[in-house]
Design a protein around this ligand. Structure first.
Ligand code: MG
Length: 428
């Protein structure tokens, strides 16, 4: 009788659409199965900034990666390439997901996130591909239960301090100073400088062969500090354009004099010993690694070598699962773990971590002539509105917290990527 009742309830559960059915089936022990993964590419106009000038009307391909199930409940993630969740997956990564990862995960329970994370990480797939799947699975779990992801992880806060993360190659030192002051007036209490990267601020020309402009960079930091005074927290990120330890040390000493809060990712991150020396020789905290491959595991090695004072991770280097593991690692060693980049996924991690572990949200990139506050046309609301006192709220909607405008996505949809995926070395 009990079996009949159970079957009857399970049958009823299957006809209830969407989230409620997924939860009911989980409670009944009838697992939901992944049926496939779809990547939806679509075109979006965005304002960008490059080489000292705003680039309005730039077009990018955004992607929505959807994990579909036999139950009807689904999860998705926007983005997967470049900054935050604003740029879609490249064609090769799209093909990897739809043609290799989708069939690999078909039939799996989408709530088995840890099993899937381990399997994909060990498969040597690109980190951003593993991450996008993990993010979509967390979104699915949130939408199935009606909870934002940070509540599933264990909520810690509902808003987070934000810093304005400026565009690189913004202009002359006085241009940086004016922009920092503008951000301060807007409500930001912290500002991060990205220096001139592959651009000569004197000639305003592309300069790939000579990325270091130490004198310009020091003048820029001085001008910004003078413009905003001592009350604004300042960070500096030359994005590994310093080719020598001596250059990094010289700028770091100036940052100490100017009272900057951290010094981020100044040198190429494959030269770890240079970082060990720099962290020893400077008192300003070094924040790194940012882009080094290996996610959680590389950060562990850097902590053990004392190669930086603040660690760094984001949700495209192991997903929410990887970011939370990294935050726990850092907490155990008493090292802060600063989240790299903006977006819904990083905000959910911040909502589930203490300010003592992950202090700031990186809002941006922001720059002169760019309307960062505009809602992207495929969303009903932006991810990270700024409060007048310099905070960003953690999105409280189900899953990652985004709401899609399917009418826009359908009207601007592009053909699926016609690219043969390059199989990883060890597909299992
Ligand atoms: Mg950085």
């Amino acid at each position: 009788m009990q079996d009949l009742l159970r079957e009857d309830m399970a049958a009823n559960a299957r006809v209830i659409s969407g989230a409620a059915a997924a939860v009911t089936q989980q409670l009944l022990g009838v697992s939901v199965k992944i049926t496939g993964i779809e990547v939806v590419p679509f075109e979006v106009p965005v304002d960008r900034f490059g080489l000292g000038e705003p680039l309005p009307g730039h077009k990018v391909v955004q992607t929505l990666t959807r994990v579909l199930t036999d139950d009807g409940v689904e999860g998705g993630y926007l983005g997967g390439h470049f900054h935050g969740d604003q740029d879609g997956l490249l064609p090769g990564d799209q093909a990897l997901i739809t043609r290799l990862v989708g069939p690999l995960l078909a039939g799996r329970d989408p709530f088995d996130r840890e099993y899937i994370w381990q399997q994909l990480w060990l498969s040597k797939l690109p980190e951003n591909v593993v991450s996008v799947i993990d993010l979509a699975l967390w979104d699915l779990a949130g939408r199935a239960t009606g909870l934002p992801v940070h509540k599933l992880l264990g909520g810690a806060r509902d808003r987070v301090k934000a810093y304005a993360s400026g565009v690189n190659s913004l202009g002359q030192p006085e241009d940086y100073a004016a922009h920092a002051a503008e951000c301060q007036a807007r409500g930001y209490r912290a500002y991060k400088i990205h220096n001139a990267i592959y651009w000569d601020p004197g000639t305003r020309q592309f300069a790939p062969a000579r990325p270091s402009h130490i004198d310009w960079d020091i003048q820029t930091c001085r001008a910004v500090r003078a413009a905003v005074g001592d009350q604004m927290t300042l960070m500096y990120d030359p994005w590994e354009t310093y080719n020598t330890y001596a250059e990094a040390l010289q700028v770091g000493r100036e940052l100490e004099r100017l009272g900057f809060y951290w010094y981020e990712h100044p040198m190429p991150e494959y030269r770890v010993d240079s970082y060990v020396r720099l962290a020893q020789d400077l008192t300003i905290p070094i924040c790194a690694p940012e882009i080094a491959e290996g996610g959680l595991f590389t950060r562990a090695e850097w902590i053990l070598r004392r190669a930086s004072d603040i660690s760094r991770i984001d949700v495209l280097r192991g997903g929410i699962t990887g970011a939370m593991k990294t935050a726990a690692l850092c907490e155990a060693f008493g090292v802060r773990c600063e989240l790299h980049m903006s977006g819904f996924g990083n905000l959910q991690v911040l909502g589930a971590t203490s300010e003592d572990v992950c202090e700031y949200y990186e809002r941006g990139l922001v720059g002169p002539g760019l309307d960062y506050d505009a809602t992207p046309p495929y969303l009903r609301a932006p991810s990270d509105p700024l409060s007048s006192d310099g905070f960003v709220s953690i999105p409280q909607g189900p899953g990652l917290g985004y709401e899609l405008r399917w009418d826009y996505i359908d009207q601007h949809r592009l053909p699926a990527a016609e690219v043969e995926p390059v199989a990883p070395l060890h597909p299992r």
